[in-house]
Design a protein around this ligand. Sequence first.
Ligand SMILES: *[C@@H]1O[C@H](CO)[C@@H](O)[C@H](O)[C@H]1NC(C)=O
Ligand SMILES: *[C@@H]1O[C@H](CO)[C@@H](O)[C@H](O)[C@H]1NC(C)=O
Length: 91
Amino acid sequence: MPKKATNPLADGLVEDEFIVSLKMSTYLVAVIVGNLANITKETNKVLVSVYAVPEKSGHTEYALDTAVKLIEFYQKYFNITYPLQQRLDDC
Ligand SMILES: *[C@@H]1O[C@H](CO)[C@@H](O)[C@H](O)[C@H]1NC(C)=O
Ligand SMILES: *[C@@H]1O[C@H](CO)[C@@H](O)[C@H](O)[C@H]1NC(C)=O
């Protein structure tokens, strides 16, 4: 879900707060902490991102292109739009 706020904490740490997500199967959720870089594309108002460690981010374009094609295919095949909110201003 989109980030709602970033709050400064002690010692230079920050706390990111996100909008409450929809109910979903736990196998669809991942929490990953690390130094990651992303590439992102938008298709039919859906932001699609691929994350990798910065040294491998040059190898992520195929994954992004494939994910974008799959989302476009499934949206058309099932005739449904992506159900999750993408941006804070979509509230
Ligand atoms: C990474 O994703 C954010 C959205 O989550 C986007 O604003 C940013 O442009 C993306 N970076 C690149 C290099 O695509
Ligand atoms: C897709 O869904 C919309 C309504 O959400 C409907 O108007 C349209 O006829 C549907 N298209 C097909 C090909 O079923």
